[in-house]
Design a protein around this ligand. Structure first.
Ligand code: PMP
Length: 453
């Protein structure tokens, strides 16, 4: 049996951590998580931490939620994995039916028809891009070979997802490997690319998007967007009406709308899906993260009958969607997802979220007075505090200062785990967090900002 010290040493010797400068990591004192309960995580040394970012935005109902634990164990006792290529399995069938009903539930008539499974957010996006591209081929349109995406977008780390990403620090290095895209401004009111002000601007950032579509719609298969919140780009929240405007432009110029709800889905924005806020119906929706309650890697790309039926034909027509992964439709993941959705319904999670949403807004508002807080923003239980060097000019801290990271380390000493995005402190606790723990989370962040800036 390895001791705590052995494990720490082996971690540094054998693991290459994601999005991590390993030279820093090798010099640091890593936290090794040994168990979780509700919104808390315990490390090997026995210290408990509040999970302030839901274990990277995935956990929804808390850790060790008994209904999900039970569903996975019951499924293990039947079978853990069988393929969806040429076979099917019960949890995958039940989940697909449930997801289609769930997405159609708020609508007067069914819009979504099919679920294509994969393993993670990036693959859900790859599937969407390939599906959109191939759809046009099947309908006889040969020119739609590109995509329209947004500055500051993040859709995952596989090369297709990186091609439609817009975060230079993460994506620029891979430039020579990426396919060509068109780029529209990010709907970032605090740092507006057009130097305009909302609401007087009337969502002026839709103007350049329309210009691109007007000139290039024959080349554009689809527009991909993180609805309402560009999450990894810095928790950038689009102004009211923007998303609806995007949908209208996609319809006007006959471009498929792909909504990447990987981060925003499953209650995070205060509705089950972000698109519901503006009654927007994308042609393709990507889901992952919270789908299994944050327990297991599973993703779903959902689409309409219009797109699905374009892929039907004789085998020799080669209209088949040649895409699939070893773990597509994994029964354990699907069983976890079914239990997760059952909890949403039984515990009326989204309805009961509203007092927490208001509390978070109020506590965020109280941070606006801090000397180096330039902006605070939230949508549902997704929130951000943007730290600035100079509040008057909005001058950011230099990225090399790693100010967000310093705040996160301070919070860690106080028993809170958060992961910033540059100068932006991200707040995204499990939806099951209590009001008391939410207040504690916010007071630790406030104290940490005060002590570091
Ligand atoms: N899309 C969005 C909007 C995301 O926030 C993320 C991950 N943070 C992804 C896609 C990629 O998901 P994954 O890390 O599971 O590949």
């Amino acid at each position: 049996m390895k001791t705590k010290q052995d494990l720490k040493a082996s971690d540094k010797q054998f693991i290459w951590h994601p999005f991590t400068q390993m030279q820093d990591w090798e010099r640091s004192a890593p936290i090794i998580i040994s168990e979780g309960k509700g919104c808390f995580l315990r490390d090997l040394d026995g210290k408990w931490y509040l999970d302030g970012v839901s274990s990277l935005w995935v956990n929804v109902h808390g850790h060790r939620k008994k209904e999900i634990d039970r569903a996975i164990k019951a499924q293990v006792n039947k079978i853990s994995h069988s393929t969806l290529l040429g076979l099917s399995n019960e949890p995958a069938i039940l989940l697909a039916e449930r997801l289609v009903k769930l997405l159609n539930a708020p609508l007067p008539a069914p819009h979504y028809a099919r679920v294509f499974y994969s393993d993670n957010g990036s693959t859900a996006v790859e599937v969407a891009l390939k599906m959109a591209f191939q759809y046009w081929r099947h309908t006889g349109v040969e020119t739609k070979n590109s995509f329209l995406c947004l500055n500051n977008a993040y859709h995952g780390d596989t090369l297709g997802a990186v091609s439609v990403g817009g975060i230079d620090m993460f994506h620029k290095a891979f430039g020579p490997l990426l396919f060509r895209t068109f780029r529209a401004p990010s709907p970032f009111c605090y740092r507006c690319e057009l130097q305009r002000h909302h609401p007087e601007c009337g969502c002026a950032c839709l103007g350049p998007m329309e210009e691109i579509l007007k000139s290039h719609h024959q080349e554009i298969a689809g527009l991909i967007i993180e609805p309402l919140v560009q999450a990894a780009g810095g928790m950038i929240m689009s102004p009211p009406g923007y998303l609806k405007g995007v949908r209208e432009l996609c319809t006007k110029y006959d471009v498929l709308m792909i909504a990447d709800e990987v981060a925003t889905g499953f209650g995070r924005t205060g509705r089950m899906f972000a698109c519901e806020h503006e009654d927007v119906l994308p042609d393709i929706v990507c889901l992952s993260k919270g789908l299994t309650g944050g327990y297991l890697p599973l993703a779903a790309t959902m689409t309409t009958d219009r797109i699905y039926s374009a892929f039907l034909g004789e085998f020799r027509d080669l209209k088949t969607f040649f895409h699939g992964h070893s773990f597509t439709g994994n029964p354990l993941g699907c069983a976890a997802a079914l239990a997760c959705l059952e909890i949403f319904e039984k515990e009326r999670v989204v309805e009961r979220l509203q007092p927490k949403v208001l509390l978070l807004k109020k506590l965020l508002g109280e941070m606006n007075g801090l000397a180096h807080v330039g902006d605070t923003r939230s949508r549902g239980l997704m929130a951000a505090v943007e730290l600035v060097l100079d509040k008057g000019t909005r001058e950011p801290y230099s990225w090399e200062d790693r100010i967000g990271w310093k705040v996160a380390l301070k919070a860690r000493e106080k028993g809170l785990l958060i992961r910033p995005l540059g100068n932006i402190i991200v707040i995204m606790p499990p939806l099951s967090i209590t009001k008391k723990d939410l207040a504690r989370l916010m007071s630790v962040i406030k104290e940490s900002i005060e002590e570091v800036t």
